[in-house]
Design a protein around this ligand. Structure first.
Ligand code: CDP
Length: 224
């Protein structure tokens, strides 16, 4: 079983996907975290985003894996835990440029399909229902109004000391710029699959979003 969740930045995909994975006892794959990891690696190794050859060489050697740590999923890049580092403003500001690179996307789609091959999985991202798993059993497209998304993201960034509570406008701008880049890029832009169910999370609590998805999945399952 493949459940696909796509949607713009900070629309609540991760929180919902974690809850749904727990409720249905399936594997959760955060594909955004993977693009963030590559962005982190390229910056750390001072690789120019336009240097396709160097990026190719970097990708062919890297080791990226998720590991379960005290019930939470940690992202390990070349033996270093980068789970928290990939949420910084620096990564937010650069990830859309990196995720627009064709060879990066090809590399990612391949490992995402491999990771989900023999296991029931919920994947969240931008192109899951359109490109990675166009035949997914269940597809959702999550949205929320700009202000709620910015408020949620600001709270995350404040909690890790990356932003001050007064910086809502800056966070809002950052989200809008990223969404624009993600939805207008050439390769696999952020797009709702025609058959994806839209969930607007603006006025919904996490439990309500999770229950909505779980109910839809369970209802459809009983019909099969
Ligand atoms: O958590 P948030 O919604 O802010 O973003 P994310 O899901 O962590 O994704 C970070 C970035 O990775 C996005 O802005 C996209 O540029 C890229 N991404 C992508 O291109 N394709 C995916 N399947 C997932 C993420």
């Amino acid at each position: 079983m493949i459940v696909a969740i796509d949607g713009p930045a900070a629309s609540g995909k991760s929180t919902a996907a974690i809850g749904v994975a727990k409720a249905l006892n399936i594997t959760h794959l955060d594909t955004g975290a993977m693009y963030r990891a590559i962005t982190f690696g390229l910056i750390k190794n001072q690789i120019n985003f336009k240097d396709v050859k160097a990026i190719k060489a970097y990708l062919s050697n890297l080791e990226l894996k998720f590991s379960i740590k005290e019930k939470n999923t940690a992202l390990i890049l070349d033996n270093t835990d980068i789970t928290e580092k990939i949420r910084s403003s620096k990564i937010n500001q650069n990830v859309s440029e990196v995720s627009a690179i064709k060879i990066v996307r090809e590399f990612m789609v391949k490992i995402q399909r491999e990771m989900a091959k023999d296991t029931d999985c919920i994947l969240e991202g931008r192109d899951i229902g359109t490109v990675v798993f166009p035949n997914a059993d269940y597809k959702f497209f999550m949205t929320a109004n700009d202000r709620s998304r910015a408020e949620r993201r600001l709270a995350d960034l404040v909690s890790v000391g990356d932003k001050k509570v007064s910086e809502l406008d800056a966070v809002l701008d950052e989200l809008r710029v990223r969404d624009l880049k993600d939805s207008t890029r050439l390769h696999s832009p952020l797009q709702r699959a025609d058959d994806a169910i839209i969930i607007d999370t603006t006025h919904l609590a996490i439990d309500e979003v999770v229950n909505k998805i779980v109910n839809i999945v369970n209802h459809k399952r009983t019909l099969i």
